[in-house]
Design a protein around this ligand. Sequence first.
Ligand SMILES: NC(=O)c1ccc[n+]([C@@H]2O[C@H](COP(=O)([O-])OP(=O)(O)OC[C@H]3O[C@@H](n4cnc5c(N)ncnc54)[C@H](OP(=O)(O)O)[C@@H]3O)[C@@H](O)[C@H]2O)c1
Length: 335
Amino acid sequence: MDPKVNTKVILASRPTGYPTEEDFLIVESEIPSLKEGELIVKIDWLSLDPYMRGRMNDARSYAPSVEVGDVMVGGAVGTVVESRTPLFSVDEVVEGNFGWQSYALSSGVGLRRVNPLLGPVRSSIGILGMPGLTAYFGLLDVCQPLAGDTVVISAASGAVGQVVGQIAKIMGCTVIGTAGTDEKVRYIVDELGFDVGINYKNENVGNSLDSACPNGIDIYFDNVGGFVTDEVIKRINTGARIAICGQISQYNLREPELGPRNLFHLTKSQAKMQGFLVFAYEAQYDKALNRISKWIKAGKLKYREDIVEGISNAPKTFIGMLQGENLGKTLIKVS
Ligand SMILES: NC(=O)c1ccc[n+]([C@@H]2O[C@H](COP(=O)([O-])OP(=O)(O)OC[C@H]3O[C@@H](n4cnc5c(N)ncnc54)[C@H](OP(=O)(O)O)[C@@H]3O)[C@@H](O)[C@H]2O)c1
């Protein structure tokens, strides 16, 4: 095979607060020739996700940090272009943690073969991948929705939130979403069928929740934390379920915020609050993906993708996503 140039985005420095483009460096290198037991994937689509902000820190977490000088971590989907392993053949489409780069060298271990019959291959890192599965298990397993429940979702127009709200509607719930622009609020109500959308940046969230949830809140799917979460917790019902999916309002703070201090509401309501990681459900992914795919094909699940072309645009697109510039799942079209 002719030598290929790999364009990579590496971590140049650890940010404090919001990352800047200077925290990343774009470099090119030649892909070494394959050894026995290896394969090369040409990356087609890269997923940009909030968890990557945590990997830029030098802090203990559920997964190791990216070292300064290393390729940024990230899920991606691509095509096998060369293989010296029996695990995958040339032309197969695979999804894995390939990082922010245009080609990836892999042993094939841990890669997932993408089933093109389920949906477009790029959705294997979106609604038919990690974010969609997060919505599915976080809502159905952690929150156990019942028909008639009132469900509130924060960051409701994003990759995870847009799916949570629609699955909750399928389950017969009343669904309220919070989001940061009027366009996002219109999207979740007019296109996705949420019952109410609240713009947390220009409405009084407490008052809006009072009018949207006159009978209180049974389920809260929390993607953001901070003051939105404070207002929701004040309004939970007896037996409420709260899934702590993410806390994006905290990821870019220079100093951690104090709180939460209102957890006695959980005592009074005998409520359950549970954090979860989607990876714990890996053994059940196939069944969930089939179900999600059927809902999409039946027109019950819609989704938006926010697509930007070119691996070199990944840093500014990632920074924009952390600041709410995306609508739907943020993807980079690599090739
Ligand atoms: N537990 C798991 O296994 C798991 C897996 C995947 C994702 N997650 C978490 O799920 C959450 C959503 O992820 P995603 O991929 O779907 O991202 P996303 O919603 O597509 O994008 C992030 C959104 O967060 C919102 N946001 C940013 N800063 C905020 C702030 N200070 N307060 C409130 N909202 C803010 C922005 O929307 P607005 O314009 O609405 O502010 C932005 O568009 C994240 O917290 C992520 O870490 C967890």
